[in-house]
Design a protein around this ligand. Structure first.
Ligand code: NAP
Length: 353
């Protein structure tokens, strides 16, 4: 190892979230990337795939996935792989004392049966589900600090949960009627094009998908149920939009007490998120828009209360590849290792994009 404090490996480094991990960790003051796997691009320089990283990362090349290599060369491993891969890798890495930060859905759900229902597989490391910590620092900061296995939330789930946490915690809303509408950019689908996601099909769309039961519902319900102590069911409808990056959750909710006004809702959010390093509250006639946080780990939250009908719209905007994936994973790594949460995540958002 060089002069850095921790050696990091990325499994699935050629993908979009893997690329963002490489970008963030390339300038992280305390982490050194020692392994970056890609089966397709093994042996090739990182910049052959991630053109934006030319000139960074020295001589690092993609390597074939080898668990023994990860164990020998890493202290922390990020798995930014499709669902079903990390659950096969994590047990051995953990057995050898490595910390694992998984960006896939493999360890997000506590109940193994939910994987059969939502992900069409039966979990082969179910004992690890209870040991995994759901990687949303705004809910589980202290547990993440002590975690060996962190299950980072999905991007739609991160936006949905951040829009709702203070309202649910303070019981400002009717927990039986929560409807979350999410708009999300094309990078959510990963870098392999399909008939629905390659550019001519995806550009300019405003397309609902998995509208009657998106997989991320399971983790949103799990976390809101744990937070409220009451069984919470959520309708969540994602929409593919023409942007490359960004996710915006608009949660339509009904107020428990119709005398609650916007100031009261804002106060609850300001109190709950006031000390959060990566949550900003947007107010004063403006609403959150991913456009103003692209490239950063911020989540912007906001609210609109329509007292006339006892309803509110609660918003959270994120960059799906940052607070929705790699940024949040690095935030979790910082917590796991006792670093400042800001390390590697200090850059302000881009403008214009
Ligand atoms: N994109 C988002 O906005 C987002 C947000 C939150 C969470 N996530 C989750 O993060 C994970 C990665 O997403 P992504 O968008 O980065 O996907 P991606 O762009 O498709 O990249 C997937 C990566 O995994 C590798 N890979 C694929 N199959 C593999 C296997 N069987 N064994 C080992 N490596 C394998 C691929 O490289 P090789 O095939 O060359 O090995 C590639 O590097 C997914 O689980 C996704 O649900 C994505």
């Amino acid at each position: 190892m060089g002069t850095k404090d921790v050696r990091v490996g990325i499994v699935g480094a050629s993908g979009y979230t893997g690329g963002e991990l490489l970008r963030l960790l390339a300038t992280h003051p305390r982490a050194e990337i020692t392994v970056a796997t890609s089966r397709e691009y093994a042996g090739q320089p990182i910049s052959n795939v991630h053109f934006n990283l030319k000139g960074f990362l020295g001589n690092l090349k993609f390597s074939q996935l080898s668990v023994d290599q990860l164990i020998g060369k890493c202290d922390v491993v990020f798995t930014s792989t499709p669902s079903g891969v990390a659950k096969g890798l994590a047990p051995k890495l953990i057995e050898h004392g490595l910390k694992v930060i998984d960006l896939s859905p493999d360890f997000r759900l506590k109940d193994p049966k939910l994987y059969e229902h939502w992900y069409d597989f039966s979990h082969d490391a179910p004992d690890l589900l209870s040991k995994a910590t759901y990687g949303l620092p705004e809910l589980h900061r202290d547990a993440i600090r002590n975690a060996q296995l962190v299950a980072c939330p999905g991007c739609n789930s991160t936006a949905a949960l951040l829009s709702l946490i203070p309202a649910v915690e303070h019981r400002l809303i009717d927990l039986d009627h929560i409807v979350v509408d999410v708009k999300v950019g094309s990078s959510e689908a990963g870098m392999k094009p399909s008939i629905g996601t390659h550019h001519p099909e995806r550009a300019n769309v405003m397309r609902p998908y998995e509208a009657a039961g998106h997989r991320h519902v399971a983790e949103v319900e799990q976390e809101l149920t744990a937070l409220s102590g009451k069984s919470v069911r959520v309708a969540l409808v994602p929409h593919a939009v023409g942007a490359v990056r960004g996710a915006l959750a608009t949660s339509h909710v009904w107020l428990s007490d119709t005398s609650t006004d916007e100031l009261a809702v804002w106060r609850a959010y300001a109190k709950r998120y006031g000390q959060e390093p990566f949550v900003r509250i947007v107010r004063g006639g403006r609403y959150p828009d991913p456009k103003y946080l692209i490239g950063s780990n911020f989540a912007d939250v906001g609210m609109a209360v329509e007292q006339r009908i006892g309803r509110a719209a609660l918003f959270a905007a994120i960059d799906n590849l940052m607070k929705g994936a790699a940024g949040q994973a690095v935030q979790c790594m910082n917590l796991v290792l006792g670093f400042s949460e800001y390390e590697g995540l200090n850059a302000p958002p881009l403008r214009p994009v």
